[in-house]
Design a protein around this ligand. Structure first.
Ligand SMILES: Cc1cc2nc3c(=O)[nH]c(=O)nc-3n(C[C@H](O)[C@H](O)[C@H](O)COP(=O)(O)OP(=O)(O)OC[C@H]3O[C@@H](n4cnc5c(N)ncnc54)[C@H](O)[C@@H]3O)c2cc1C
Length: 428
């Protein structure tokens, strides 16, 4: 839908319409970003400090996006969404990264866990999904154990039914965001010790329950991104079951599709922005000397995007994916490595020897180049409503962005004229 302004200009509405096409969503979202660029300025960089500070910093962004409706797109109305397609939300996420903002880390968790809650525990979804999208709740996954990682079917955390509750005892590890999480979906054994993957059940556990101890684990970058979770006689109500007793394996396999697919989509958006930032950090001679490596890195990101895009569409259509979705995961791992290796090569020796913000941020976080923080160019919205649909000027760069530190232009070319980042659209 396009509405007319008083001066006869035509512009997209700045509120999300779940019936809108992807072009319209993107343009409306850009317009909203421009409109709110003052309040959004703090969200152009992430301090690679501790996880709790990062959460506190991005919580207002999650609230803003929720209140404006953008992150409610594609979630069912039964759990606080606006309806529409998850692909619309994917468009919003990519546009957020493409306009130079950080995608809040916690969206990855919501994208992975919420579809499982919606399918297997709709009443829990109705209670929790909106809170997570708005940033009021943090979730984590409790699957891996000290002796059950790749071989998940050997896990030993046990849940014993007692009346209308379960008593849970065991230990989980590697829970991403575990140190700040309120809730965890925990895979437990309800069958006998030999039942392997047939004797598992998924529970939704309140991490403030008596008997829960969370011990954050520092990763190599110093950030406590994961945690061990100890469960000692934790009482969990039966109504916090996710799926039937004994059906934990199909439930976790359903979740894994989103872990591999939706997460890869988010990361490709971020990796593309990282590469763009790298171009801004390198000198002309560094760029010339490393042109083929940079080209290969962009190709890797486009390949990842082309893989993740049909995955998103398939999941959005309600179809399940089998082992082929592992390709997304492998491609993501390889692409992340390529981007970091390219930065190391182009900025040599900054990543090894340099104490500058740029070297430090690539080493510590890898995803938040410091130039977003240190740019001398004030980010001023120079966008103009277009009466004639003319395209962005060449100096705005790819899809009218950010090399010049300005807000994206609202009169950017329509999707079919956009350059390569727009190929392999999730709508395809
Ligand atoms: C940053 C990070 C975040 C994570 N977040 C979470 C989370 O939120 N929730 C969660 O539950 N887990 C999480 N994990 C855990 C992750 O999924 C585990 O690394 C995984 O479960 C592997 O377990 P492991 O580390 O014990 O390795 P192991 O299972 O001991 O495997 C060690 C090596 O042996 C190989 N191997 C194992 N079995 C076989 C086999 N049968 N054949 C061939 N090779 C084999 C593996 O490929 C690997 O190379 C996270 C891990 C990391 C690093």
């Amino acid at each position: 839908m396009v509405v007319s302004a008083p001066l006869g200009l035509r512009f997209p509405p700045m509120t999300p319409d779940p019936n809108a096409g992807l072009d319209e969503i993107r343009l409306s979202f850009r317009a909203w970003l421009c409109e709110h660029q003052g309040s959004l300025e703090p969200f152009r960089s992430d301090d690679p400090g501790n996880l709790a500070d990062s959460y506190a910093r991005f919580r207002p962004l999650m609230r803003m996006l929720f209140d404006a409706g953008w992150t409610r797109l594609g979630w069912p109305e039964s759990c606080g969404g606006l309806g529409g397609s998850p692909v619309q939300r994917a468009e919003v996420m990519e546009e957020l990264a493409a306009t130079g903002y950080i995608i809040p880390e916690l969206y990855a968790t919501t994208e992975i866990i919420a579809p499982m809650l919606i399918k297997y525990a709709p009443e829990l979804a109705a209670l929790h999904v909106a809170k997570a999208i708005a940033g009021d709740e943090v979730w984590c996954q409790g699957f891996s154990e000290p002796d059950a990682g790749s071989d998940l079917g050997s896990l030993r955390t046990r849940a014993v039914a007692e009346g209308d509750t379960f008593r849970v005892t065991g230990q989980k590890m590697w829970s991403s965001n575990g140190g700040i999480a309120n809730w965890s979906c925990v895979l437990v054994r309800t069958g006998d010790a030999e039942s392997r993957h047939r004797g598992l059940t998924m529970l939704w556990i309140d991490l403030s329950s008596p008997g829960v101890t969370v011990r954050p684990t520092a990763c190599e970058n110093g950030r406590e991104e994961v945690a061990e979770v100890f469960l000692d006689d934790v009482i969990v109500p039966q109504n916090q079951l996710i799926g039937p007793v004994g059906a934990g394996w199909p439930v976790v396999m359903y979740l894994m599709q989103y872990e591999r697919g939706a997460y890869a989509w988010k990361r490709q958006a971020e990796l593309h922005s990282q590469l763009d930032e790298l171009l801004g950090q390198a000198s002309d001679s560094e760029l010339r000397a490393n042109a083929s490596a940079i080209g290969a890195a962009y190709l890797a990101v486009f390949a990842l995007r082309s893989q993740a895009s049909p995955t998103l569409s398939t999941l959005a259509s309600g179809r399940d994916l089998g082992p082929e979705i592992s390709v997304d995961k492998l491609l993501l791992g390889a692409t992340e490595q390529i981007i970091t290796d390219t930065a190391r090569q182009v900025l040599w020796p900054a990543l090894e020897l340099d104490d500058s913000d740029i070297g430090d941020s690539w080493r510590r976080a890898g995803r938040t180049p410091a130039s977003r923080q240190s740019t001398a160019v004030p980010r001023k919205c120079n966008a103009t409503w277009s009466a004639n649909g003319s395209s962005a000027s060449p100096e705005d760069g790819e899809h009218g962005r950010y090399g010049n530190g300005t807000c994206p232009r609202l009169d950017a070319a329509p999707r079919d004229q956009l350059p390569a980042r727009r190929t392999g659209d999730p709508a395809a």
